[in-house]
Design a protein around this ligand. Structure first.
Ligand SMILES: Nc1ncnc2c1ncn2[C@@H]1O[C@H](COP(=O)(O)OP(=O)(O)O)[C@@H](O)[C@H]1O
Length: 184
């Protein structure tokens, strides 16, 4: 699979602002991969694919989730389904067999316990790409310069606070991801 083909398909699938976000995630993921000793190629592929189903309507996400293997609990929060579905598309449409890439995509919104370097590269890149603006983003950016695990944990802390303040459900795996990062 050529990255150019993937980039072209993503460009044809997503809205302009979302495509710009993905481009920012690709650039940032590659930079973090170089900094933290992960493969640039894997980071690039995961980043191009991660949001390919992000703009699907709820019904389409639920329908797709019924026919693929989704990790436990994901279907209870529709906003999380685009990760596992993007991984499924990566495997079935683009022939990606590297489980590390597929897992990084699956868990890019939630995190998980014992996150790999590639998981964290994508997670943090998604949180700090240049187009991201939210209270606290500078703290995550600064942390990413010194420690990928700290940046991941701080980003998770922001997400947890955001979800609580917004009265939204919090996926339990994210709490386990945070606990695991605190004991690393
Ligand atoms: N750990 C989580 N638990 C529950 N819901 C979450 C979690 N993380 C994110 N969400 C919800 O899923 C939505 C999509 O998250 P994300 O993919 O990070 O958004 P985007 O990249 O579009 O900003 C968020 O707006 C939030 O409401």
């Amino acid at each position: 699979m050529q990255t150019e083909d993937l980039a072209r398909d993503v460009g044809a699938t997503l809205s302009k602002p979302r495509f710009k976000h993905v481009q920012g995630v690709v650039t940032t993921a590659v930079r973090l991969a170089v900094q933290y000793g992960e493969s640039e190629e894997r980071a690039r592929t995961a980043a191009w694919l991660h949001d390919i189903a992000r703009e699907w309507p709820r019904d389409k996400l639920f329908e797709a989730a019924e026919s693929i293997e989704v990790p436990a609990g994901f279907a209870s929060i529709p906003a999380l389904l685009h990760g596992p579905i993007a991984a499924h598309i990566g495997r079935t449409v683009y022939g990606i067999e590297d489980v590390a890439i597929l897992d990084a995509i699956t868990y890019h919104t939630t995190g998980r316990p014992e996150m790999t370097v590639l998981d964290m590269v994508l997670f943090v890149a998604d949180a700090i790409e240049p187009g991201r603006q939210y209270p606290g983003v500078e703290e995550v950016r600064a942390a990413a310069d010194r420690s990928l695990a700290d940046a991941t944990r701080i980003s998770i802390d922001h997400t947890i606070r955001y979800l609580i303040n917004a009265g939204k459900p919090l996926f339990p795996l994210t709490v386990l991801a945070r606990n695991s990062l605190l004991t690393r």
